[in-house]
Ligand binder design. Sequence first.
Ligand SMILES: Cc1cc2nc3c(=O)[nH]c(=O)nc-3n(C[C@H](O)[C@H](O)[C@H](O)COP(=O)(O)OP(=O)(O)OC[C@H]3O[C@@H](n4cnc5c(N)ncnc54)[C@H](O)[C@@H]3O)c2cc1C
Ligand code: FES
Length: 281
Amino acid sequence: MPFKILKKQELVPTIHLMEINAPRIAKKAQPGQFVILRINENGERIPLTIADFDRKKGTITTIFMVVGKTTMQLSALKAGDNISDFIGPLGNPAHIENEGTVLLVGGGVGVAPIFPQARAFREAGNKVISIIGARSANLLLWEDRMREVSDELYITTDDGTKGHHGFVTDIVKKIIESGEKVSRIVAIGPPVMMRSVAGVTRPFNVKTIVSLNSIMVDGTGMCGACRVLVGNETKFACVDGPEFDAHLVDFTLLMNRLAMYQPEEKVSLEKYKCGREGCTC
Ligand SMILES: Cc1cc2nc3c(=O)[nH]c(=O)nc-3n(C[C@H](O)[C@H](O)[C@H](O)COP(=O)(O)OP(=O)(O)OC[C@H]3O[C@@H](n4cnc5c(N)ncnc54)[C@H](O)[C@@H]3O)c2cc1C
Ligand code: FES
C-alpha cells in the first residue's frame, strides 16, 4: 500500500519537512524512534527520525537534509505524491521520565529529532533547557516550536548571525559550570558535534545520551550494517539504539563507517543528476 505525502515544505535551504499519512505508525510512534522509507521499488532504503506524530490525524512528520541521491529525489516530491514503503516505528523509544532538569541539544537537522523529546520531557514534568545550533541564522530549524516546549532556549550559530557566536558545546559547558543540576543531556546532530558534547560533559560526569545515525539497511537487526562500538561491545544501532551513552561510543569508528561508501554515493548522485531534465553536464 503506498503512503501519501500530505505536506511537503522546504523549511530552510536543503532541509525539508514531509508529513506522511501513516496511521498505524502514528498510533505507536514514540520520541526517539525512526522510520525506514523507500521512494519506489527500485529505491534505496533510508532511515529518518520521527520528528513529530499526530495520532488523531494518523500522520508522521520527518525532516530531512539533502545530502545525496535519495534525499535529493525525496526533496523533488510534492504533497499528493506517494512513496512505496514507510516502515516503523523502529528503534527503542527515548527514555523519558521526570528527573528534574534535562538539557536538550540539537545541531543542524538534529533539532528535528530533539523536538519530540523536548516536548515529552516537558510533559513528564521536567525543566527543559534547550540549545539549538546551526551554521548560520538562515539554517536554524524550528526555533518557534522549540521555544514552545522549552523553559529556556539558547541559540548558537557558527558565524554569529544569531544568538551565541560559536558552538552548542560552549553553552553546554556554561550551563554545567553555572551549577545547574542537570540530570541528563540528550544531544542529536552531526557525529562530530555529538562527540564534542560528550567530550565537554565527560569530566563533569553528567549522563549524556546521543542518537547514532549509522548506515542502516533493514533496521531490524538482521544485516549488521549499523554496527557500532559502545563500551567496547558491538551493538546494532537499529535494535539496541539508536540512543546510547555518549561517553562510551567509539565516534571514530562511527564516522569511518559512515564514510565507507562515499565514492559509490558520489557516482550515484552524479548519475541521478545527469538523468534529470535540463542537465547540461
Ligand atoms: C536512525 C537514523 C535516523 C536518521 N534520521 C535522519 C533525519 O531525521 N534527518 C536526516 O536528514 N537524516 C537522518 N538520518 C541520515 C539519513 O538516513 C541519510 O542522510 C540518508 O540515508 C542519505 O541518503 P542519500 O541517498 O540522500 O545520500 P547518500 O549519498 O547515499 O549518502 C550520504 C551520507 O548519508 C549517510 N547514509 C547513506 N545511506 C545511509 C543509510 N542507508 N542509513 C544511514 N545513513 C546513510 C552516509 O553517511 C553517507 O555518506 C538518519 C540516519 C539514521 C541511522
Ligand atoms: S540496519 Fe541491519 S542490523 Fe541494523
